[in-house]
Design a protein around this ligand. Structure first.
Ligand SMILES: *Cc1c(COP(=O)(O)O)cnc(C)c1O
Ligand SMILES: [Zn+2]
Length: 405
């Protein structure tokens, strides 16, 4: 099994208690330190005996694969999106469609590792706060692992498909009076009192699984590293995990180039994009985040400082997009590529278009957009932005008239 330890990302202290989610010394964020020495003896092709997916990268993961709780997460397609590229004026664009994970979002990548860890520790009850997808994912993995599960959702602000999933898999669904940041505070209090094992991305094992999206992209491109990776940023766990994966691949000598990490936020929930704009390494939390893209409707991102470091370290960028731009890009991706993503995921496409227009992205760059969640999670948004079905009598003439044949 991979040798690893938990360290404080801020002060570097070793943290020995598996149930804390912040540094007991300084209150800082935690991070897993993997012993990469054995991997330096390996080559990328040594991993290819396993199918494409999270567990192909087991040497980089802090959980024994013998204990894994898995429903075949990861292994999602990397589409070469030629029509989209032409539409936005780029020579090469790719979409990594993580909406094709078992519960329809990238959260499954972190959850398979996090729940496997919970099982190793003998946890009886797992929990999380969520804008929807984390709870859908945790509820599924808890079912698979035969654990009790409680999820804390901001009342009235969760997309229908996500809520249906959490209920369906048998979690106790608590509709909390407040927004996501407040629901997370409550879940953290329960975890600090050791009443449940917390599986938000502040738990350092979750991001370890989320590293796999970067490993897969590089693997699918035959280790020809893209110039830029664009993704939506909410709580900032994903961009931080991807940065960590890049650092680890560099350290083992499997890549020597680094993609520019480009984080997109919704205009109404943009603490990181604003900090980037002001060239700050820390952000100012926002009290009333608001956007149609509920998965990134977050004002106080837990991993915000990690995200800013990821962006600065890789020469990346951050900006905001409006709800209108998000919905427009969601439709563009559907129309040009046959890919249906949820609004938060479309933020990456909207960001791509905005940054090409602004001259930040060069038209010759090789760009990968990560689309984090499936459009079917949130059918209401799609139906609202689409034309209505056309009433049609049961007659050939009527059809010909409507189709102008
Ligand atoms: C969770 C989520 C995000 C935001 O990811 P963070 O790690 O919180 O930045 C974006 N899109 C979708 C679909 C999500 O479920
Ligand atoms: Zn510390």
């Amino acid at each position: 099994m991979t040798v690893h330890k938990i360290v404080c990302w801020d002060c570097g202290a070793d943290v020995n208690d598996p149930y804390v989610n912040t540094c007991p010394k300084c209150g800082g964020l935690l991070s897993v330190k993997i012993d990469l020495e054995p991997i330096k003896e390996m080559k990328p092709k040594d991993l290819r005996k396993e199918p494409l997916g999270v567990w192909r990268y087991a040497p980089f993961l802090p959980v024994d694969p013998a204990n894994k709780v898995s429903i075949q997460e990861g292994g999602t397609p990397l589409y070469k999106t030629c029509r989209l590229a032409e539409e936005v004026g780029l020579s090469r664009a790719y979409v990594k469609f993580d909406g094709l994970n078992p519960t329809g979002s990238f959260k499954d990548r972190g959850m398979t590792v996090g729940v496997s860890r919970a099982k190793e520790l003998g946890a009886k009850i797992v929990g999380c706060a969520s804008t929807g997808n984390t709870s859908a994912s945790l509820a599924a993995y808890a079912a698979k692992a035969d654990m009790k599960c409680a999820v804390f959702l901001p009342s009235g602000k969760v997309a229908a498909g996500k809520l249906a999933q959490a209920l369906f898999y048998g979690a106790k669904v608590l509709s909390v009076d407040g927004n996501f940041d407040e629901a997370l505070d409550l879940a953290r209090k329960m975890a600090d009192a050791r009443k449940l094992y917390l599986l938000n991305s502040i738990n350092p094992y979750r991001p370890e699984g989320q590293k796999s999206v970067l490993f897969e992209i590089i693997d699918q491109l035959e280790y020809d590293v893209p110039d830029r990776i664009i993704l939506p940023v909410g709580n900032a766990g994903n961009i931080s995990a991807i940065h960590k994966a890049i650092q680890e691949l560099k350290e083992v000598g499997w890549i020597d180039k680094v993609p520019m990490l480009t984080g997109i936020q919704a205009a109404g929930a943009a603490p990181i994009a604003k900090a980037f704009d002001a060239e700050k390494i820390d952000f100012i939390p926002e009290d009333h985040p608001e956007t149609i893209a509920t998965a990134i409707r977050i004002g106080n991102p837990v991993s915000g400082r990690k995200a800013l470091r990821a962006i600065y370290d890789t020469g990346g960028y951050s900006t905001t997009v409006t709800d209108e731009e998000i919905v427009d890009s969601q439709r563009l991706l559907g129309k040009t590529e046959g890919v249906c993503v949820e609004p938060a995921s479309a933020a990456s496409i909207a960001g791509l278009r905005k940054l090409i227009s602004a001259g930040v992205i060069d038209r010759d760059e090789k760009v990968v957009c990560i689309c984090t969640g499936n459009g079917l999670k949130d059918p209401d948004t799609i139906i609202k932005s689409s034309p209505s079905p056309i009433p049609c009598k049961n007659s050939v003439e009527e059809v010909e008239r409507i189709l102008s044949l």
